[in-house]
Design a protein around this ligand. Sequence first.
Ligand SMILES: NC(=O)c1ccc[n+]([C@@H]2O[C@H](COP(=O)([O-])OP(=O)(O)OC[C@H]3O[C@@H](n4cnc5c(N)ncnc54)[C@H](OP(=O)(O)O)[C@@H]3O)[C@@H](O)[C@H]2O)c1
Length: 268
Amino acid sequence: MVHLGFIGIGHMGSMLIRKFIETGVAAPGDIIASNRTREKAELLARNLGIKLGDNNREVAAQSDVIFLCVKPLDVMGVLRELRYELTPDKLLISVAGDFNLEKIASISRARATRVIPSIGSESLKGVSLVVYGGNTTDSDRALILRLFRAIGHPIEVEEKDLDILIVLTSSGPAYISAVMRELVLAATRKGVDADLAERLVKETLKGTSELLAKESFDDLIIRVATKGGSTEEGVKAIRKHAPAMFDELFVATKAKHDLVRKKVDAQE
Ligand SMILES: NC(=O)c1ccc[n+]([C@@H]2O[C@H](COP(=O)([O-])OP(=O)(O)OC[C@H]3O[C@@H](n4cnc5c(N)ncnc54)[C@H](OP(=O)(O)O)[C@@H]3O)[C@@H](O)[C@H]2O)c1
């Protein structure tokens, strides 16, 4: 039996706990958690039947695997607080962006891995980006895969690519929603009822995602945007304007990652 500890039970920490329990990959009695605002942890413990640590150190001491689910600028403080508990017999899984494995290893002696999950795991379909630390063992990897396969699709990637891949996965639901929202707003500017437009786009999104499970974007576009038709004109408009928008998205998100990393470095 593996004891799982969670430090930070905000959006991501609480989702992971809930989904690991719901899928049966972890039992409530094997999970212990702590959170800066204790009332939040108390509520989750009551609702899910997990154990509550008196503090982060107790959680780390009682766990074999410690999930670090705090924001990047809070990671340094927690790692320093846990310097005596994070020993080589523990596996640390950090879900934080902008705090790399080298930096973790400079403070903690635990075996470490980064996993960047997605809120899509609410529906057991989230992609989790996994970067194994050099000191993780085969059984660590098997455990990580077992946990994250239960709630979606874990995919091993290189740490240097994370900023870009996060755009596609963990931030993806926000971007897809933002783009679809713009489509709805454009329809409402043409006089269509906003609720109707949103409902139609959401249903279309569901159907499209099922089709895309079996075919490529390009194949689907060719099937819908028949030559000489109106959809072909619409696709041309997207192809004209979207590259600049998405290039700007990557520039803006990289600038934010660089800023956070600068702040993290300044904490040393
Ligand atoms: N949300 C996503 O979709 C997503 C996706 C991938 C990765 N992540 C990563 O997941 C991490 C958490 O994100 P989130 O969206 O869950 O943020 P969040 O909702 O703000 O949760 C962070 C939690 O950490 C707690 N916390 C902060 N400092 C702490 C400390 N010293 N000890 C114990 N608990 C502490 C906070 O407690 P309080 O209750 O006091 O605020 C809060 O509950 C981030 O690093 C983010 O990069 C998030």
